[in-house]
Ligand binder design. Structure first.
Ligand SMILES: [Zn+2]
Length: 210
């Protein structure tokens, strides 16, 4: 419902959706836009939720046009690896609030955006980042994210080299979690007997000091 000044009452507005072209900072792109209309007199109305939707669509399309990463993709990344914006920034060696800012007003440049996109689509890249930066974040944030990475690798079907690496990564993750006195989910997922143990030399290096 929103108020129609023409009809002088609140009305259930109707919504039309279309794709419109934009030019911003020298970038040309199109974005889905919504328009609301009064069902009684046909006047265009501007309820907040419609304006917010259209603004967000332009913002996201602009980020794509610049070769950057969308806010939706950053949210997906954080959710996928069960990690907060601040710990992820620290792992990446960026300022603590960088990813948070990138989800609000600042648009990451291509290098920063590509790094985030790599992580989004490659759980093994996330594993490498997480493991190499484990001292930069809290032990609980590390374990939470590692569990999420484990589940992603387990379900990964799109990256060709994952099947061959799977036992290796399962094994590494198992060692780290066991060393920190922590099991995966309810302890039901992991069956070490199923995985080839080829990383004997790495075992001590992998042990996680909690
Ligand atoms: Zn009206």
């Amino acid at each position: 419902m929103t108020y129609c000044h023409n009809c002088k009452k609140h009305v259930d507005y109707t919504v039309r959706e279309c794709t419109e072209d934009f030019e911003l900072d020298g970038y040309r792109f199109s974005a889905v836009q919504r328009h609301a209309f009064c069902p009684l007199c046909g006047e265009e109305l501007f309820p907040d939720e419609i304006a917010d939707f259209s603004t967000e669509q332009v913002h996201e399309a602009f980020r794509v046009a610049k070769g950057s990463i969308t806010i939706a993709q950053i949210r997906e990344l954080l959710k996928k690896y069960d990690i907060g914006a601040n710990p992820l920034s620290l792992l990446l060696g960026w300022g603590e609030n960088t990813v948070d800012r990138q989800m609000r007003h600042s648009i990451p440049d291509r290098i920063h955006a590509d790094r985030l996109k790599d992580l989004l689509y490659d759980p093994i890249a996330m594993y490498d980042l997480l493991y190499s930066g484990k001292d930069k974040i809290s032990a609980s944030a590390f374990r939470k994210a590692l569990r999420a990475v484990y589940h992603c690798i387990e379900n990964q079907t799109t990256i060709e080299d994952v099947p061959a690496n799977k036992p290796v990564f399962y094994h590494k993750i198992e060692i780290i979690l066991n060393a920190s006195g922590c099991s995966l989910s309810n302890g039901t997922d992991l069956n070490p007997g199923n995985y080839v143990r080829t990383l004997k030399d790495d075992t001590t290096e992998m042990a996680f000091a909690s």
